[in-house]
Design a protein around this ligand. Sequence first.
Ligand SMILES: Nc1ncnc2c1ncn2[C@@H]1O[C@H](COP(=O)(O)OP(=O)(O)OP(=O)(O)O)[C@@H](O)[C@H]1O
Ligand SMILES: [Mg+2]
Length: 256
Amino acid sequence: MKVAITGKGGVGKTTFSSILCRLYAEEGRNVLAADVDPDANLGLALGLSEEEVNEIVPVAKMRALVEERTGANNLNKFFKLNPQVSDLPDKLSKNVNGVKLLVMGTVETGGSGCVCPEHVMLQALLSALVFRKDDVVVMDMEAGLEHLGRGTAGMMDQFIVVVEPGARSVQTYGNVKRLAADLGVKRVSVVANKVRDEKDEAFIRSKIPEEDLLGMIHYSADVIDADRNEASPFDYSKETVEEIKLIKAKMDAKEK
Ligand SMILES: Nc1ncnc2c1ncn2[C@@H]1O[C@H](COP(=O)(O)OP(=O)(O)OP(=O)(O)O)[C@@H](O)[C@H]1O
Ligand SMILES: [Mg+2]
């Protein structure tokens, strides 16, 4: 199972990603969680302390490694566009409650067409992840999908857009869908989060085609408390975990 989780800022991508990862880990699957957000906090949601999160160096900041693998340095402007990185997910990831967390970091691309060594490294690493046959790979992304090359995106089982019951985040779903089609993505599904009542449910159903809707997660005070206490929502919010189990079951059914 290989999925990228996207959506507008603050909709709950990291919360959903962390619980999904921990559910797969609980099942005994080998789970790789890639944090591809510049403001990396998937580690916290998986159960690390803030101190432990701050100690992690994102791959994009590992200068020596980037130089070693791409051959780029101050004297050498020419570097490999396909560095060998298949060993890195295991070497660089940190085990958090049975999930292998890989903090990627991001590179300021300053528009499209950037081919700096760090960017090449990240792309190579993301692409190495999708080749891991029986593993579960979950990428916690920003709304932008520019870090995924065509090849990588095309090998993901699906993109999941997390939305809130509001017009703006639903619009993001439309944008992702268009972008994903350009990238050759097979499937774009939606998870509605922070749903409060029947009115919210009706709004979501009126905007998202049924076949695209994986499920709904209700607004939960426990999720907020988990965040405030720097704890993993997986350990805090039973109802939310149950709702995400249903979503996962749907994903698994489609995997087969
Ligand atoms: N179902 C929910 N009920 C209540 N609060 C929630 C729910 N899901 C997420 N939240 C809260 O919303 C906030 C944003 O969640 P989260 O960090 O998961 O979003 P995100 O999409 O990853 O944000 P960012 O774009 O900043 O990476 C957090 O405070 C989180 O606790
Ligand atoms: Mg996030």
